[in-house]
Design a binder for this molecule. Sequence first.
Ligand SMILES: [Zn+2]
Length: 447
Amino acid sequence: MTRTELIVADHVLVNDDAGTVLSPGAVEVADGRIVSVARPAARPAGPGVTDLGASVVMPGLVNAHAHTPMSLMRGTAEGHSLLTMEGFLTVLRSREEHLTPDMVPASVAVSCGDMIRHGTTAFADQYFYADEIAPTVERSGLRARIAWGIVELGDDAARARELDAAARFAESLPADGRVSAWVGPHAYFVDNTPEAMAAELALARRLDAGLHVHFSTSGEEDAWCLEHYGRPALEVLRDLGMLDVPTILAHCTTLPADQLPLLAGTRAVMAVIPSVAMMSGVPAAPVREALDHGVAVALGSDNVCNNTNTDLFEEMRVLGKLAAFTSRVPNQVTPREILRIATVGGHRALAGGPDDGRLVAGAVADLIAVPLAEVARGPVGAQSLEAALVYGTSGASVTHAMADGNWLMTDRAVHTLDLAAAARRQQDDYDILSSRMTGRRTRETTP
Ligand SMILES: [Zn+2]
């Protein structure tokens, strides 16, 4: 039987092009979808009504580039750039050599808990051992596209093994489920050969899945493609048909602006992570230029090894400030555009529907609530609610999170995962990983 729920709050941010805010507003939800959104003549009450009072209800944020198992290595990459092969090999692969599948679920739970508590309701993941990631994500209630990360470095045996694992994983989940499987080439041309890319594209097409890849993090793909093909990487990708399936291109920090028109009208989405660009000392992704060319843009956190958290409210704020700082143009990307990137752009990256990420009839019922008292907003009329959410709100203020019509968190209590148990197990996993690396038993003392 269909269960209908009416969510009421002092303010409902519709997230449409007109910047509509309903005060008060009511969102009707059934079967995982939004049925209606309206400003009620009288405050509804009674069975089936959840009144969140003096709060802002808004679409849940979408993390379009994550590596959930890597919360196990949070902090280990400080002082290194993970956007180069050198940093990737020195800091991460040296640890991942000792990582076993049993270490994945607890850290996935920690990451999913972080995302729920900070207002993220959907995400795109990329890592190996994806079959160990999926059950915890299913339990978390989050919407997700989980890509099996493929690193082959020209090794024929590794290529065959990873492609086989990715195919088996992708076939294990329904293509249209809340949690579905994608294919995750780690980085085209850098550590995935054209032979592997052709097989990955064929796999994505056969399973109606998408591709999730790091791209243009340091110019390595362009250097390789200019040497081998005489043209930039994006042109080669287009010619290979890699942009004709849903594709998340994570980072895009060194993507030349004159290449952006190649992305317009394709199924590829730029997923930018401004904090990681800053931490790694690389250029900001060309967000303004991408929007102007009609390129879809989404927001991500990347791994937390050198970014430290998954608070997309902070990431929205950093996007706006970094764009202004690097262009020397105040408000170069507007708060409305930034909210759109973190919601509608994210659902597009996950191959969702065109209205997903807005609170309108027919969209997925993914939403969050923030108490008005914790939104640093000027007097009404002085500042838009959108600007206050981007520049004056912490993800830690989120009290409620719903995905697919189900409450994952109410009154700051996460219901779907045992986060205390996950944190304890993660510490044990970290101690074992450290002992494997050093060859002796160690325990880091945490303050
Ligand atoms: Zn990444």
